[in-house]
Design a protein. Structure first.
Lengths: 134, 423
């Protein structure tokens, strides 16, 4: 049994982007649970429509969930991810768990980030996690 | 007054809208300092420049562009004015990728520069494709054999010379460029109309074809096939034509030879019976419709069986050949000599009445009788009997005229041969 984090809604969230049990935790997490994460998290339907946009992601990008939820993440929220490194992988790989170094321009300043791309065929949503790196 | 200020939308939401606007801008925008430090960049800029960076580090614009524009720092430093455009739409091919970026840099003040980056790969690719097509097309233009391909403007003038015109007709640029397409047709009003008529039909129907005589630079003619296709402009209206001309002289000569073979009696060179009947039918219709009189002669070689028996069949053949030769020499070009049967020839004399025909018939009779067909050093005496019949009101078809001329011939034979009898 993995003890690095507890069940969603009952205790603390997994704190590391690379934590092995993150996907399972996300599958049962509420919007409020996602807001406790220390890194940005976007949950999307298989077509890229944004379902959840957590607090940390909002503070990185300057966008609020109200503006983002219901829109296509790759084309209408963050077109800089609409490429072979991010969007193309989500579109073509039914199952992904990959960590990718990337550069976002949140608030128009280049920012080195680490992305974790998560997708499983049986999952509720697919997820993109974002955290700053050095 | 203060109430209106309070009721304005929250500044935070304005800010968010502005941020979003910049996130979605499809053109890369960067703000940087003269030392190259990137202060701001929108996502499109990051997306375009990340492949250049390799490691994803966008901090230094000169480093980013070091491979595609190594002298960028120098360019910025050499730009002494406090503000102004340093470069605009500078095209930068990215080595090994097929990507082409454009870069524009404006100096805002001594410490601030703005750069605009765009990916124009697709436009460039399109341009290249068009250029390739043009080159390919030109190669076809210049190198096709047996064809000439050229363009003609709406005014019916040749737009441009190319080598295929030289191949087809020996034309040089000065002979044809800007000249009406009449230069490709033989002189004479009817021929000269052909070009204009062809273009007119192409304009109306999109494409049109013409087969007929063309002329080469040296004045010699060739039998050619020309297809004209109207070239539509952007609004779909004809803006000119492309013409493809093929030299079919050899084919035409072959066809002509075949026609001759199919319609000629191989021994004598006279029209064969089938072709002759068709010609006679035509003439009869002309007589019926337009009242243009004609007369037929039926010429039969007297005692032909005896000639064959005495001198051999080759000698008989020689007599027939001589007979037809004399007909051809004596008659007009419009008259037709037809081998109707073994030693029986029908001669059609268009536009000729009974009296004139009788004179012609007698001239033939005398000339043939005087012919000296030699065999084994001896002259074969051969005479002919001739029947004459003019087309008449009572004739219901050409056959009736032929029947009457047969009867006339029969009477000529019966009354002693070597004579002309009119029916």
């Amino acid at each position: 049994m993995d003890t690095t984090y507890a069940k969603a809604g009952t205790l603390a969230a997994p704190f590391a982007l690379a934590a092995p049990g993150l996907f399972d935790w996300l599958e049962t997490a509420s919007a409020a649970d996602l807001d406790t994460l220390p890194f940005g998290l976007v949950a999307m339907r298989p077509d890229g429509t944004v379902e959840r946009y957590n607090l940390a992601e909002g503070s990185l990008s300057g966008l609020t969930p109200e503006r983002v939820v219901g829109r296509n993440f790759f084309t209408s929220v963050a077109p800089c991810t609409n490429n072979f490194m991010v969007a193309h992988r989500f579109e073509t790989e039914p199952e992904i768990d990959a960590v990718v170094d990337y550069v976002f321009t949140f608030r128009l300043a280049p920012l080195k980030v680490r992305l974790r791309l998560l997708r499983r065929p049986d999952a509720r949503w697919m997820y993109l996690a974002v955290e700053k790196r050095d | 007054m203060s109430g209106t200020l309070v009721s304005r939308p929250a500044p935070a939401s304005d800010y968010e809208a502005l941020i979003e606007f910049l996130y979605l801008t499809p053109v890369g925008i960067l703000k940087f300092r003269p030392d190259g430090t990137v202060a701001m960049a929108n996502p499109a800029a990051a997306q375009l420049l990340m492949p250049l960076a390799g490691d994803g580090d966008l901090a230094d614009i000169y480093r980013l562009f070091s491979r595609v524009a190594p002298d960028l720092r120098g360019r910025v430093e050499r730009f002494r004015a406090p503000a102004g455009q340093i470069c605009d739409q500078m095209q930068l091919p990215v080595p090994g990728t097929g990507t082409v970026l454009t870069l524009g840099i404006n100096k805002i003040d001594p410490d601030t520069l703005m750069a605009v980056v765009q990916d124009i790969s697709r436009a460039i690719e399109q341009e290249n494709r068009i250029r390739d097509d043009q080159q390919r097309f030109r190669a076809i233009f210049e190198n096709v054999r047996d064809y000439a391909i050229f363009t003609v403007g709406m005014d019916g003038r040749v737009e441009e010379w190319n080598r295929s015109l030289n191949r087809l007709g020996g034309w040089e640029a000065a002979d044809v460029a800007g000249k009406p397409i009449g230069v490709f047709f033989p002189p004479g009003e009817a021929s000269q109309q052909c070009g204009a008529a062809l273009l007119g039909r192409a304009c109306r129907h999109g494409t049109a074809e013409f087969e007929g005589w063309g002329v080469r630079k040296d004045g010699s003619t060739f039998w050619g096939n020309t297809v004209a296709t109207a070239l539509p402009d952007r609004e779909g209206r004809a803006s000119g034509y492309v013409l493809v001309t093929r030299d079919l002289t050899e084919r035409k000569q072959m066809e002509d030879r075949l026609v001759v073979l199919a319609t000629t009696d191989p021994l004598t060179g006279a029209r064969n019976r089938r072709a002759g009947e068709a010609r006679l039918q035509e003439e009869f219709l002309r007589w019926q419709r337009y009242g243009r009189v004609f007369t037929v002669l039926m010429i039969d070689c007297d005692h032909f069986k005896a000639i064959n028996d005495t001198w051999g069949h080759d000698a008989g053949d020689d007599v027939l050949v001589a007979l037809v030769r004399i007909c051809h020499e004596t008659l007009r070009e419009a008259d037709v000599t037809i081998r109707w049967g073994g030693e029986e020839f029908l001669v059609l004399l268009p536009e000729t009445g009974r009296e004139a025909a009788l004179a012609v018939a007698d001239r033939l009779r005398v000339a043939i009788g005087a012919a000296k067909v030699q065999r084994d050093g001896q002259v074969i005496a051969a005479t002919v009997s001739v029947g004459v019949a003019e087309a008449g009101e009572a004739d219901r078809g050409a056959d009736d005229a032929v029947r009457r001329v047969d009867q006339a011939l029969y009477r000529a034979k019966r009354s002693g041969r070597n004579r002309v009898v009119a029916g």
